[in-house]
Design a protein around this ligand. Structure first.
Ligand SMILES: C[S@@+](CC[C@H](N)C(=O)[O-])C[C@H]1O[C@@H](n2cnc3c(N)ncnc32)[C@H](O)[C@@H]1O
Length: 215
């Protein structure tokens, strides 16, 4: 089980104490998968939400592509960095501090596109139904959800098995495609679900990549 209060504390510590360039997941360039989807018109400018936006790199990039973006994160220090980044880049982008497992009623049916990049592995299987219900509720009908999280097929990051400990001390849950299908199917039509290699700061990761449509 991942302790949410402990995770929140660890995240505040990371974002307040580490220079952004040293944060292990903080890559200034947007992920190729997102860039390609936008370039191919798979996802067109619309109202988008970046769930677990961290320091805001991808939200700011997407806003620069003409999307109306809101970034959400549980860490107020992350949101502070994201606001600063948007200012530096001169793009208009909204950022809010929010626990995505909490009450999201004020955002119901607000978005056409939601994505979480490397967030879901911070959420325990026990908490995932509440999170996925929230993602479903904040999307409009037929809205698109793009989700990327670490795969149990990853051979060496944090050891082996489902729960793994990172050098920062955070506990992550590595998923299989099968369990993600089971989790997502009640809420979404699965457009694509595969295991792909994604870029990491210190080497590639095996990740579950899902494209979904709200039912
Ligand atoms: C590995 S980081 C990824 C950040 C960003 N997506 C990126 O790729 O740079 C995971 C992020 O999820 C946030 N997070 C974890 N649990 C959350 C929750 N319950 N609600 C909102 N944000 C959460 C963390 O604070 C952290 O910024």
């Amino acid at each position: 089980m991942i302790d949410r209060k402990q995770l929140q504390k660890q995240m505040e510590q990371v974002y307040s104490e580490m220079p952004p360039g040293n944060i292990p997941w903080n890559l200034p360039e947007p992920p190729e998968l997102l860039v390609k989807a936008v370039e191919a018109g798979k996802i067109k400018p619309c109202k988008a939400v970046d769930l677990g936006c961290g320091a805001g790199n991808y939200a700011v990039w997407l806003a620069g592509q003409g999307f109306d973006v809101t970034g959400m994160d549980i860490s107020k220090h992350a949101v502070r960095l994201a606001v600063q980044l948007a200012k530096e880049k001169g793009v208009s982008c909204r950022f809010v501090v929010a626990d995505l497992l909490g009450d999201m009623r004020e955002y119901y049916e607000c978005f056409d596109f939601a994505y979480d990049w490397e967030l879901l592995h911070h959420i325990s299987p026990e908490d995932r139904p509440a999170y996925i219900q929230n993602v479903c509720n904040i999307l409009r009908r037929n809205g698109i959800y793009f989700s990327v999280c670490f795969s149990v097929k990853d051979p060496d990051f944090g050891g082996e098995g489902k729960y793994r400990k990172t050098p920062l001390g955070t506990i992550l849950y590595f998923s299989s495609e099968e369990e993600l299908s089971e989790l997502l199917e009640p809420f979404f039509s699965i457009l694509e679900l595969s295991t792909l290699e994604i870029k990491g700061k210190y080497g590639p990761h095996a990740a579950n990549v899902a494209w979904l449509e709200r039912k």
